[in-house]
Design a protein. Structure first.
Length: 167
């Protein structure tokens, strides 16, 4: 359900320039409710919004506000919904207009890491090796991960999500 809300993305990247991150939150909230779901972040430990919008150097869990998106920004839109008893999470980083080549390379590299991590997954393989798959790709490009954060999956309760740590 989360991916249905974000893909096709109700927030068109061609219309992001000049809008507030609060506007993205409104679109996500309405799309979530329309699909008989609940935005999981809303009121979770006091979180005031229905999604996260992390602009430029904000690593994750940015709170939508009156910030206006400008040409050259990147924004990660992180959507988590509760639908039919399950929390599901999906996020995507998008360009706001034209971006610098090094910014584009970073975003493309993170996408490549995601695809490599998915390709790695199959029965019998250890979740703990996913971080290594990602690390090998980014290290070769001169990038690094933020060790204090990790990925998580889906589940019936947020406390039951599994976490994927870097090695």
């Amino acid at each position: 359900m989360t991916c249905v809300i974000t893909h096709p993305n109700p927030v068109s990247t061609s219309t992001l320039q000049g809008i507030r991150t609060d506007d993205i939150d409104k679109v996500v909230h309405e799309a979530t409710i329309k699909r008989n779901s609940y935005p999981s972040p809303l009121n979770y430990h006091g979180f005031p919004k229905s999604c996260c919008t992390s602009v430029n150097e904000i690593i994750c869990h940015g709170i939508p506000d009156s910030s206006v998106l400008m040409e050259g920004d990147i924004v990660n839109i992180d959507v988590t919904v509760f639908h039919d008893g399950v929390h599901g999470d999906c996020s995507e980083t998008v360009f706001v207009g034209a971006v610098d080549d090094r910014v584009r390379d970073l975003v493309v590299t993170t996408f490549d890491c995601w695809m490599a991590a998915i390709a790695y997954c199959r029965p019998g393989r250890s979740y703990s090796d996913i971080g290594g798959v990602i690390e090998d790709i980014i290290a070769a490009k001169g990038y690094s991960t933020v060790k204090e954060f990790c990925g998580h999956g889906v589940g019936r309760g947020k406390s039951r999500w599994f976490y994927v740590f870097d090695r």
